[in-house]
Design a protein around this ligand. Structure first.
Ligand SMILES: [Zn+2]
Length: 609
């Protein structure tokens, strides 16, 4: 036997290393190319990569999918896994980058350097240097590794592959992932796919595939209260007053005040590498999709466990500032590269910044319109005797033992100002607030979605109007001339509450009127039409609740969905403001309108539609 065959023979009979790949790598890998941490590989520095590495060698697992932030060791999982595979579980392997050029670069600048620094792999380098080209290596143990581009379809054909490792799959052309997977299927039950990516676009191949896995999320445990929770962007906070004289963000102050709040006990963690190291040390993955097939495992982590929160906050706020000028690319990149989320069309509504309006809570507004004795709209300025009531709307979100009330002033052009918001205990408190601001009872609207009968009874007793959110996009109205038109709210329905008492209820389209509110909120610039304002001294509870819902696509349809378990009461009360203003024809228009809307139909419209 020649020397080469002897080596192969010896290699074949060596017992496989049963340690987890990360423990094996700690012994054998001298350094990771381009790693910010020099010296030997230590999994303590990025403990989130241990479990994905274990999944790679788990015989029950066929797919390992990692979606993670850039510069957070996600490619290292593929690279370290590959070293371990070459030394311990050899079989035909294909590493796919985006293009052939990217693949060549990955092979030269990273893989070859890594192999050189990993003794068990280096020992398997072929003696014949022609067998070790940059993008194809025939190792002495019989294993072949190809490093190729996923764009080139011919790279995805013919070969039968045991190990497929795909990097940055979000950049691959549609359908190429499935094409590559077919090579592994051809190899049989030993074949395995390992994919790595940052966030891409909603519904692309990367995210659709990831959603077939158990979607494990990297979490930490709060040392104060013991609550385990994901590293979540919603928990990163900075001083709301970190602004300069012009009202622009003072980034030094943002960085200085950035902190992470425990979602459960509100403990603030200071922004330091030490904090992150301590929280990562007891990190664990929690499956978000536990019903997935056992052979498909997914891992997700973002930059929050890996980099300065102040630096992230600055990136985010700068991206928001650019987005306000109409260019969303930086904001999109923040979501994809830092949070490792798919970009969604409506993502920018999700954490919309509210600019304060330069006035204080309770202050009245000179642009506020009025309603005259015939129920017609009167634009400011006017004499006090010209109007019967100010155009002030009170909306109320009702819960079991308390309610959330919002008072908004409206101008004749559809601009509005929040002038009061408060959590109240009883319906008498609501009426006291109504009296205090001189609001007409037919401009008081209550959400009847919860405690429906109580709300109906109070509306009947006090002349208020009940509103009920609904899945339908539009509702048919008959006009006085007999035409039918579609509107975002229903004609009023009379609800009889026993003898001599009744109230009126309107249904409204959740999707269309929440969209209306989202559009209204975006504008604080009078040059661009109606503005929507909140006072300088608005409270944090209100601001937090206004970020409680987001627009998502479910089963092919857009819906507004609550984010986690965030309280959304002020958001609901503001939705009712949008409903009422639409009913009063102050804003928006019907989805399908057969006739132009008459001006000055104010209070009548709400009453009789
Ligand atoms: Zn806590």
């Amino acid at each position: 036997m020649n020397e080469k065959l002897v080596a192969i023979w010896r290699e074949a009979w060596r017992p496989p290393d049963r340690r987890p790949p990360w423990a094996w790598a700690e012994e054998h890998i001298g350094s990771i190319p381009y790693s910010p941490i020099p010296g030997r590989f230590r999994s303590d520095n990025s403990p989130q990569i241990r479990e994905p590495l274990e999944a790679i060698v788990d015989p029950k697992v066929r797919l390992v999918f990692i979606i993670a932030a850039i510069q957070s060791s996600k490619t290292s999982v593929g690279e370290i896994g590959l070293c371990h595979i070459i030394a311990n579980l050899p079989g035909p392997a294909l590493w796919l980058d985006q293009t052939d050029d990217d693949a060549k670069d990955q092979a030269e600048s990273r893989l070859h350097k890594l192999f050189e620094d990993c003794a068990p792999v280096r020992a398997l380098f072929p003696g014949d240097r022609h067998k070790k080209r940059n993008t194809t290596i025939h190792f002495r143990n019989g294993m072949t590794l190809w490093v190729l581009g996923a764009h080139n379809k011919t790279n995805l054909q013919r070969r039968s592959i045991r190990w497929l490792i795909g990097d940055e799959t979000w950049r691959w052309p549609l359908g190429h992932m499935a094409e590559a997977e077919a090579r592994v299927t051809a190899f049989g039950w030993l074949g395995k796919c390992i994919f790595m990516s940052q966030g891409g676009e909603e519904n692309d191949d990367t995210h659709r595939k990831f959603e077939t896995t158990d979607m494990r999320e990297w979490t930490f445990q709060c040392p104060k209260c013991g609550t385990r929770q994901p590293w979540s962007w919603e928990q990163i906070e900075w001083s709301k007053s970190a602004r300069d004289d012009q009202g622009e963000w003072d980034y030094a102050e943002v960085r200085r005040t950035a902190a992470m709040r425990c979602a459960s006990c509100n403990h603030y963690f200071d922004d330091s590498d030490r904090t992150r190291r301590e929280l990562n040390a007891n990190g664990r993955f929690i499956p978000q999709n536990p019903r997935a097939a056992k052979e498909s495992v997914g891992f997700h982590w973002n930059s929050i466990s890996a980099m300065s929160w102040g630096a992230l906050a600055e990136l985010y706020l700068r991206a928001k500032a650019i987005a306000r000028r109409g260019d969303i690319s930086a904001l999109k990149q923040f979501y994809q590269k830092r949070l490792a989320f798919p970009w969604r069309e409506y993502e920018e509504d999700y954490k919309l910044e509210i600019t304060r309006g330069g006035y204080r809570k309770g202050e009245l507004w000179e642009d506020e319109a009025g309603v005259n004795g015939r129920g017609q709209l009167v634009a400011a300025p006017f004499e006090p005797g010209d109007i019967a009531a100010p155009l002030r709307i009170l909306t109320v979100d009702c819960q079991m033992d308390h309610v959330f009330a919002v008072v908004r002033s409206w101008s004749a052009n559809g601009s509005s100002r929040l002038i009061w918001n408060e959590r109240l205990l009883t319906f008498d408190d609501v009426e006291a607030l109504q009296m205090r601001f001189g609001i007409h009872p037919s401009l008081v609207f209550l959400d009847a979605g919860y405690a429906t009968y109580d709300v109906y009874r109070e509306c009947g007793k006090r002349g208020w109007v009940a509103l009920m959110g609904d899945r339908r996009p539009t509702f048919v109205h008959r006009t006085k001339t007999g035409k039918s038109v579609q509107r975002f709210y229903s004609p009023r329905r009379k609800v009889v509450l026993g003898h001599a008492s009744h109230c009126y209820v309107h249904y409204w389209s959740n999707l269309n009127l929440k969209d209306t509110l989202a559009r209204l909120r975006r504008n604080q610039d009078p040059e661009r039409g109606a503005t929507w304002e909140v006072p300088d001294d608005i409270d944090d509870e209100y601001l937090a609740q206004m970020e409680s819902e987001r627009r998502v696509k479910k089963g092919g349809k857009w819906i507004w969905e609550r984010v986690g378990k965030r309280p959304n009461h002020y958001w609901d009360a503001e939705c009712l403001q949008a409903v009422a203003a639409t009913m009063l024809k102050l804003i928006g228009r019907e989805s399908v309108s057969a006739e132009p809307v008459k001006e000055g139909a104010a209070v009548d419209a709400a009453e009789s539609a």
